[in-house]
Design a protein around this ligand. Structure first.
Ligand code: OAD
Length: 242
């Protein structure tokens, strides 16, 4: 059992999660051996150009991911983070790169999906209609729904080459934190992979949790090696105010 991480009454925690936190729920990560990017090419399913070239293929990819996510349950890592939010309240900010809804289903409420959400869609033309809840499965071009404006409906997902959501709010929360913990992310994709350096510059403690060292491991002051579902429960020791 790893040494507990002490959280003092003055600490504010920023947690960034990646695909690894959903791995024990059965959802594939991107870059592990059986990862999504081993079976699909980013350029064909996760870029604006892919959408322009073949919207049907893009929707088939996200429809497959919707099916997978519908059959998965949160794992102990998700529940541990939801409990941490109950203990810390607004002293915890959870930013996830994941588009699955497992954090919410485990009870997390103060949560930001910086790469969008699998079960939400929006108008490709950004006509002003906001993104909306959508569990639809679209397997052919004929299935792709249309917006009232006539444009096609696309996944509410941040593709490569697009800007992640609510970056101002994310940096504000990083600036306020005294500890930044990254859980289950390979440190491959920016800007998320750079959050740890931003936090270090602000004097925060930095912690990585995962079964292997990430690409940006040198940026972390502490590394806890292990599966999130196994090491997260009971990892944080929250000191009660005097
Ligand atoms: P990756 O697949 O790049 O990395 C997953 C990380 O999870 C690896 O470091 C694994 O070691 C770790 N891991 C695996 N099993 C784990 C477990 N049980 N507990 C904890 N960690 C575990 O996924 P991300 O880093 O999340 O973005 O990828 C970042 C972004 O790249 C994604 O949000 C997505 C992808 O392309 C976009 O598509 C824009």
């Amino acid at each position: 059992m790893p040494t507990p991480i002490e959280i003092s009454p003055r600490d504010r925690l920023f947690v960034l999660t990646g695909a690894g936190v959903s791995a024990e729920s059965g959802l594939p990560t991107f870059r592990d051996n059986n990862g999504l990017w081993n079976g699909y090419r980013v350029e064909e399913v996760a870029t604006p150009e892919a959408w322009t070239d073949d919207a049907e293929k893009v929707w088939r990819f996200y429809s497959m991911r919707r099916r997978d996510a519908l059959s998965c349950e949160p794992n102990p890592a998700h529940y541990a983070l939801a409990e941490l939010e109950r203990d810390l309240g607004d002293r915890l900010f959870l930013c996830t790169q994941n588009v699955d809804p497992l954090h919410e289903r485990a009870g997390s409420k103060r949560l930001l999906h910086m790469h969008g959400e699998l079960f939400r869609s929006r108008c490709e033309a950004e006509c002003g209609r906001p993104d909306f809840a959508d569990e639809g499965i679209y397997e052919s071009a004929a299935d792709i729904p249309r917006c009232e404006c006539g444009a096609r409906i696309r996944p509410h997902i941040v593709w490569f080459g697009e800007i992640p959501l609510e970056m101002d709010r994310i940096y504000t929360e990083i600036d306020r934190c005294t500890m930044l913990a990254v859980i289950g992310s390979s440190g491959t994709v920016y800007p998320a992979a750079g959050f740890v350096e931003w936090a270090r510059r602000g004097g925060a403690r930095t912690l990585y949790i995962g079964p292997e060292r990430p690409l940006n491991a040198s940026m972390f002051s502490e590394v806890v090696l292990g599966k999130a579902g196994e090491v997260l429960p009971g990892l944080f020791n929250i000191a009660k105010p005097a």
